[in-house]
Ligand binder design. Structure first.
Ligand code: EPZ
Length: 417
């Protein structure tokens, strides 16, 4: 059984290049089925979730191969719109294939994705939007069968700016007849990146990154080469690691634009941060200042995908911090593992109170989801002595090689089996 071993208590110093973005690349890979041709996607991270998406694309008839860090997808031989159950169970975000396959084939059959440790994660917003676009749904034995005689553009109001629902509506609307307006759309940078990809392939989308997105359907999209943006959450994770251990680091391949709230809070913790178009420099003197209050929110608010990592840093703050998790009801699962380091964390409903302690001690912990796993790595780097993290596969879902990257910053960390 693989595990990560860390000898902590050392500062981080050095330079690290940030990988391509998981949450930008996954919807773009789904969007490739809207194109009947060969697409080249550069800066595609070699992470488990991408490998899962490749398996799905191959299972529906696409041919996929790597050229260094570029992925080539040939969708000309697509031959089914039934998404194999085993892959949907493995990766929730396969649900975004619904809009793309409906756009391409006017039908899709897929399993209900089910929840994960961070929350129930229903897809009701996705399905009700589809029904407003002339798509009929049938549900049988956990399977959803959607068909359409032709997708019709419409005004879609989202009760909550859901990232996945916004992406699915965009994918369904691109080849639809007429105009679609998404009101209260998600504004995450990954949505903007998806729309950039689709517009480069001939789509007509305006308003990406705002709460109102307008899509005028086109007849077809054409094959392109596209370079995906770098991963703001991976960058945020490494910035948090330096904030927790102390030291000085340069992150390359990403600027500060998509990390405003994260950087603002790191500065409040006492870090000095410089940003440029394609780099972020952080310096930290070790023990962070507490943050009285953090609330996770849709973009541009503080990202829920950085909540656990910040909690690890605040475990050694010089005082008390509070976090309210507004997005996912089960995102404190990881706390029982973080407490093993000697942290003082109290959970009351959606609110976590973290009373900073002067020292953490290495221990044995178990990852149970992606960002929680990354937060355990940060705690292990901050703690004195040896830490062992089991189930690193959860971390590999979104981090190409977290040990390689942190070793580049001087950490004593390795993957063992
Ligand atoms: C995306 O998930 C990201 N995943 C998540 O990142 C991220 O945490 C989340 O957005 C929020 O930013 C990808 O991009 C692949 P949502 P998604 O739909 O689309 C509720 C990571 O670590 N909801 O915006 O699934 C839902 O339960 C992952 O990289 C409904 O109730 O998130 C949640 O409480 C984890 N009904 C909230 O909305 C719906 O139909 C936000 O979910 C849809 C969502």
């Amino acid at each position: 059984m693989a595990f990560i071993e860390i000898n902590g208590g050392k500062q981080l110093n050095g330079e690290v290049n940030i990988q391509g973005s998981k949450n930008a690349v996954l919807p773009i890979l789904a969007a490739t089925v809207l194109v009947n041709g060969i697409i080249k996607l550069n800066n595609c991270p070699k992470i488990l979730d991408v490998f899962h998406m490749i398996k799905i694309l191959e299972a529906i008839g696409c041919i996929v191969w790597w050229e260094k860090s570029s992925l080539i997808i040939d969708t000309t031989k697509l031959n089914t719109s039934t998404v194999p159950e085993e892959y949907v169970k493995m990766m929730r975000s396969s649900i975004i294939l619904m809009g793309a396959l409906l756009g391409r084939t006017h039908s899709v059959t897929i399993t209900y994705p089910g929840g994960c440790t961070i929350g129930a994660r229903p897809i009701d917003y996705h399905l009700s939007a589809f029904q407003d676009m002339n798509i009929s749904l049938e549900e049988e034995d956990g399977l959803i069968k959607c068909t359409t005689t032709g997708i019709k553009g419409n005004e879609i109001f989202l009760k909550f700016p859901s990232v996945g629902a916004t992406e699915n509506v965009i994918l369904a609307a691109v080849l639809a007849s007429g105009r679609t307006s998404i009101i209260n759309a998600a504004k995450e940078p990954e949505i903007t990146e998806l729309c950039k990809f689709l517009n480069s392939a001939g789509a007509k989308i305006r308003g990406a990154g705002t709460e109102t997105i307008e899509i005028v359907g086109v007849e077809f999209l054409y094959p392109i080469e596209f370079t995906a943006c770098s991963d703001r959450i991976v960058a945020g994770t490494y910035l948090a690691a330096v904030a927790g251990t102390g030291g000085e680091a340069v992150l390359t391949g990403i600027g500060g634009d998509s990390l405003h709230t994260v950087i603002k809070l790191l500065r409040e913790m006492g870090c000095s941060i410089l940003t440029g178009e394609n780099y972020i420099i952080i310096a930290s003197s070790g023990r962070p200042k507490p943050i009285p209050f953090i609330r996770t929110m849709p973009y541009p608010g503080f990202p829920t995908d950085m909540q656990s990592q910040f909690m690890s840093v605040l475990m050694m703050a010089a005082g008390t911090s509070k976090i309210v998790e507004e997005i996912f009801e089960g995102r404190y699962q990881n706390v029982k593992e973080q407490i093993k380091f000697g942290a003082d964390i109290r959970i009351l409903g959606r609110e976590a109170t973290i009373n900073g302690v002067p020292e953490l001690m290495g221990c044995e912990v178990y990852a149970s989801e992606l960002r929680g796993g990354a937060a355990l790595v940060i705690a292990g780097l901050m703690a004195k002595g040896k830490t062992t993290i089991y189930n690193p596969n959860f971390i590999e879902r979104g981090y190409e090689d977290i040990c390689r990257d942190l070793r580049g910053l001087g950490a004593d960390i390795k993957m063992l089996a």
